[in-house]
Design a protein around this ligand. Sequence first.
Ligand SMILES: [Zn+2]
Length: 327
Amino acid sequence: MQLSLLKTSVLALALTTLFVGCSSESGGNSGSRSAYDGLPEELLAKARGEDRHIPSYSNRLRFASDVPADQKRAIEDAVSMLYLNTFKGGQEDDALKYLIGKDYLSGEVLQSWLEARAQYILPSTFNTEPDSDRRSDFPFPTEIPDMSSSVASAKSKGTALMINFGALVYALGKKKGVQYNVDISGFGRVPVKSPRTGILMIQEGLFSLLPAEHIQNSGLAIFRAGVLFHEARHSDGRGKLAGFFHAKCPTGHSLEGVNACDANYNGPYALGALVHKALQKACVDCSERSNAVLDVIYLDNMNRVNKGVGPSGVTSRLWDASPEGSR
Ligand SMILES: [Zn+2]
C-alpha cells in the first residue's frame, strides 16, 4: 500500500476558493473611541477577552495518543458546538433532517449520527503502513468502488482538511481481497472490516486554512464540525458506492477535472455543508465577519453537490447510504 498516495487521494476535502477576511469589516457603531478602534471585530473581542470559550461536552471519539493536545481540543470543541445553540429550522435544516433520517435536530441526534461513522482520530503525521490479513468474505465481493480516477487526480489542488482513512483502506483492501489493520497509537491494531470503522486522519488545512484572526472560535468550531460530518459520510454506502467517493468536477466548474465533486445529492459535500449551515444559523454570537467566512465555505461545498458523474450503472442521485459491513 502506498501511504503517501493514500494521503493525497480521493478523500481529501479540497477547499480552493476561499478568500477569507476580505468581504466584511466590523460595523464599529460604538460611540466612544479607544485603543481598539479600527481593529477587526474578532481581534477586538479577543483583546477584550470576549471571544467565546466553548464549554466541553463529552464525546466518544478516540484520539490517537500522538494527536497534539490543542488539535484534540479543537475537534472536541467542534463536537461541543452541536449542543451550544438551538437549531432554527428552515429549508437547510429540513434537508439535513431528510439526509440523516431524523424528524428533528438536536446535539444528541447529530453526535449519535457522527459517532456511528467516526471513531478514531489520527494525527496528520500518521505514517504507519497498514498490515494485512487474508480475508475472503467481503460483502458484495464483485462490487468494488472505483478509485482509479481518484488516484490519478492525487495531485489535486487545494488544501486537504481531513481524510476518511478507514474508508479508503477498506476499499483498497477489498480490491486486493485482504483485510487491513491500522496500528493506532494508544489503541493498537484496529481491523478495518467496514468503512464504518471510522478512522479519520487530520490534515494540515483543518488548522491552517482559517487563521484565528479571521474568524471567531465559534466559527472555527462550526467549520470543523462540517468537516467532521463530511468525513463521517465517507463511512456510508455499500457495494460500488461504499465510501461515497467523490467524482470529477465537470467541465466549466472551478475545479474542472479534479476529484472534488459529488455525483449525488446526499454525499459528503451536502452532508457537511448542511450541518455547517444549521450550526451557523443557530449561532448566537457569530459576527458579521465570521458569518461571511462561513458563507463562503458553505457555498463552496454546495457548489460541488450533484455535479459529477457517478459510477457506471448508478443512475440515482440519492445513493443508498446503508453501510457495508459493521465495525
Ligand atoms: Zn470527501
